[in-house]
Design a protein around this ligand. Structure first.
Ligand SMILES: [Zn+2]
Length: 167
C-alpha cells in the first residue's frame, strides 16, 4: 500500500470536481454527502453518490460500492488501470471492495481519521502481504472542499443504526 499526497493533474481535478458534485447532489436528495467516480483511460466509466439513507435505509450503499456496481462488466479485465475518485477516504468495506475488484488507484478528497481504511491497508491478510495488490492510496487531495462534507457525513452517520450512538 502506498499512501501519498501527490498533486493531481487537470483530468484528475476534473474527476474530483465531478465526485464533489455527486456528493452535493446526494446531500440535496437527502443522503450523506459522499460522491465517487470510476475512471479508466481518463474517462468516467461509472459514478454514484451515497445512497445509504434514501430511497430506503441500506447501510452498504456507499458512493464507492454504488459506483463499482455501475462499471460495465466488460471493463473489469482492465481494473488495474482504473482509478476511483471519491470525496472521502474509503471505509473498511469500500477498501475491501476496491481491493477485491483489483482497482489500481484510489484518490480521495478528505482524510477520514476516524473510519478511513488507509491504516487497515497496511495490515492486510497474508495473500496481500506488504500491501501487494492493494490500490495506490492517494490523498487527501481536496481537503478545503471535502473536509466540510466529511464533518456533515460524520454528524449524520453517528445517529444511524450502524453508528456510534447505537454501539
Ligand atoms: Zn465505504
Amino acid at each position: 500500500m502506498t499512501r501519498t499526497h501527490a498533486t493531481t493533474g487537470d483530468t484528475e481535478l476534473r474527476h474530483m470536481r465531478r465526485a464533489l458534485h455527486l456528493a452535493l447532489e446526494a446531500e440535496a436528495g437527502g443522503n450523506l454527502p459522499v460522491g465517487a467516480v470510476v475512471a479508466l483511460g481518463g474517462e468516467v466509466v461509472a459514478e454514484a453518490g451515497s445512497a445509504v439513507l434514501l430511497p430506503f435505509y441500506h447501510p452498504g450503499r456507499h458512493a464507492e460500492t454504488e459506483a463499482l456496481a455501475r462499471v460495465p462488466a466488460s471493463l473489469w479485465p482492465r481494473s488495474r488501470e482504473m482509478t476511483v475518485y471519491t470525496t472521502l477516504e474509503p471505509c473498511m468495506m469500500c477498501a475491501g471492495a476496491l481491493l477485491l475488484h483489483g482497482v489500481g488507484r484510489v484518490v480521495f478528497g478528505a482524510l477520514d481519521p476516524l473510519g478511513g481504511a488507509g491504516e487497515m491497508l497496511a495490515r492486510l491478510p497474508a495473500y496481500y502481504e506488504g500491501g501487494a495488490g492493494a490500490p495506490e492510496w492517494i490523498g487527501p487531495v481536496m481537503p478545503e472542499l471535502c473536509d466540510p462534507l466529511f464533518r456533515r457525513v460524520l454528524a449524520g452517520f453517528d445517529a444511524l443504526p450502524c453508528g456510534k450512538s447505537n454501539f
